[in-house]
Design a protein around this ligand. Structure first.
Ligand code: AVJ
Length: 320
């Protein structure tokens, strides 16, 4: 991205710049968590998923491994699977292989390179399955295929990884409502959520001993420095994660270690000592709480699968 140097009058009028400056002028400074996932951030997140401290990914994978046959039975034959934010489409592959005569797989993602590479791989692994990649931001409607686009017995939206946890309950409800609007009665939603649990386990998962989450969090400042001509000093910010029991979420922040000012795209942003930038939320659900959310959004929860410790759940719900 071409950007003007600090001091010049005009700056690239990108949404990133506007979002960053707007977020950092708020009373509680905050940045949209989607900006954590640039190329480096996505790579760091993949490393997080392999950490012993981060139970989320392996727990979900274990549940999929154990209950794939049952999940495929709920989905039924001739289904079209739609995956918002599919990325490299890694998680869906065993499921697609298990399904009876799937009609189509429709991954949606903003990164065309990763998506098209995954499409080619899946078409090779599962010959005969039609893969229709849709490029775009799944939170916006314009990239979704219309319900008439793919003749099938049933559409099922696949939303694993506890991605829903990034949204606060109100946004999560709106997102689930938008999912519902893409479906017909009887269609399905297969969705993973992280569950409320002991805060020690949660805090270890988001403040790992290998400091990968710290690098993931601070990479946002690296990105702002690079893309917005900013001068954040990484040594003057610390990674902080904590579980907020009332809000049922892990919050991730960057703490300013002293009073300081940072230049971003020609603007000066002041920090008090101890002031934080809120960078991400990871909401946790109870089984009952998530079922209520599903019902609110026009779904009937039919079943869920969990691990022995009840750390994580995968829900199957049907559109009303
Ligand atoms: C990608 C939202 C599922 O909340 O667990 C992990 C993101 N951030 N460690 C999560 C994340 C720091 C992750 N999700």
């Amino acid at each position: 991205m071409a950007l003007s140097p600090v001091g010049e009058e005009k700056f690239a009028d990108t949404p990133f710049r506007d979002d960053v400056l707007e977020g950092l002028r708020r009373e509680q400074k905050c940045l949209p968590c989607k900006y954590l996932y640039d190329e480096t951030g996505s790579r760091l997140f993949e490393q997080i998923c392999e950490l012993d401290d981060y139970y989320v990914t392996r727990t979900e994978a274990g549940i999929f491994g154990q209950y794939l046959v049952e999940m495929a039975r709920y989905i039924g034959p001739g289904a079209a699977i739609i995956e918002p934010g599919a990325g490299n489409c890694e998680k869906v592959r065993p499921l697609l292989a298990q399904l009876q005569e799937p009609a189509a797989y429709i991954p949606i993602d903003i990164s065309p390179e990763i998506l098209l590479a995954a499409k080619a791989e899946i078409e090779q692994q599962l010959p005969g399955l039609s893969v229709e990649a849709a490029i775009g931001d799944f939170t916006r409607g314009d990239c979704w295929p219309t319900t008439a686009a793919f003749p099938c017995a049933r559409r099922v939206i696949f939303f694993p990884g506890s991605t829903i946890g990034n949204f606060d309950p109100q946004q999560a409800r709106a997102l689930l409502c938008s999912f519902r609007s893409r479906l017909e009665p009887g269609d399905g939603l297969l969705i993973g959520t992280d569950l409320v649990k002991d805060s020690v386990i949660l805090e270890r998962a988001y403040h790992d001993s290998a400091h990968v989450t710290e690098r993931f969090n601070k990479n946002l400042l690296v990105r702002i420095n690079r893309e917005l001509d900013a001068n954040f000093d990484l040594a003057l910010f610390a990674h902080r994660s904590f579980y907020h029991t009332l809000r049922q979420r892990v919050e991730m922040h960057l703490v300013s270690l002293r009073a300081q000012a940072v230049n971003i795209a020609g603007q000066r942003i002041a920090f008090r000592e101890g002031e934080t930038i809120h960078t991400e939320n990871s909401h946790k659900y109870s089984l009952a709480g998530f079922s209520d959310l599903l019902r609110d959004a026009g779904f009937s929860p039919l079943t869920h699968w969990s691990d022995a410790k009840q750390h994580y759940a995968i829900h199957y719900a049907q559109a009303d």
